[in-house]
Write a protein that binds this ligand. Structure first.
Ligand code: HEM
Length: 160
């Protein structure tokens, strides 16, 4: 007779279940929706990606590439980085506590603010905008610090 499966137990700060069954139980896969934090991360990422692509298409069509760094930052900080984070937080072992939510708002606000501020700077307002660029820079930096801590915490749980 196979041993009885250990009962599932909640992980603090995490809306998935832990236990011997949690990894080996495909029957629960597909029944659990993606964590809310991942849905929000990925929605904001896709919106940044769509805006960045429209911006890129406009640059390509107009032949004016002045705003290229702003386009690149919107795509890389907004689309690529936020999507990576969203997918990480969908992992069962990823912590989804306050630090994860702080990361969501810091990284999203930083990526979204960075693009228009950089565009304004590139449009000939370097002196006025230069010092203010510290705001989105600090936001994305702190967001990534939160992310790094969450990645290290998930490794300590030994479940990724
Ligand atoms: C419809 C989609 C896209 C279009 C039409 C587009 C268009 C462009 C154009 C016209 C440039 C300027 C090239 C130059 O001046 O040398 C550019 C640069 C750039 N794009 Fe996009 N892009 C798109 C999507 C993306 C995505 C999804 C990413 C990243 C995830 C991205 C990242 C970059 C980067 C990093 C540069 C700077 C390249 C360099 O330094 O030479 N782009 N893009």
């Amino acid at each position: 007779m196979p041993p009885a499966a250990a009962p599932l137990r909640p992980i603090p700060g995490n809306d998935c279940l832990a236990g011997a069954d949690a990894d080996a139980a495909p029957k629960t896969r597909g029944e659990q929706p993606m964590p809310r934090i991942s849905v929000i991360f990925l929605t904001i990422a896709a919106l940044c990606g769509l805006s960045g692509m429209v911006w890129g298409a406009y640059m390509g069509a107009s032949g004016d590439h002045t705003m290229m760094p702003a386009h690149a930052h919107l795509n890389l900080l907004g689309w690529a980085s936020l999507a990576i984070m969203g997918l990480f937080y969908a992992q069962p072992a990823a912590p989804r506590g306050r630090l994860a939510w702080a990361n969501l708002w810091l990284s999203s606000a930083g990526a979204i603010l960075m693009a228009p501020m950089l565009a304004w700077l590139l449009g000939g307002h370097e002196r006025q905008m230069g010092p203010w660029m510290m705001i989105p820079e600090a936001l994305v930096f702190l967001g990534l610090v939160c992310f790094l801590i969450d990645v290290l915490l998930s490794g300590r749980r030994g479940r990724l």
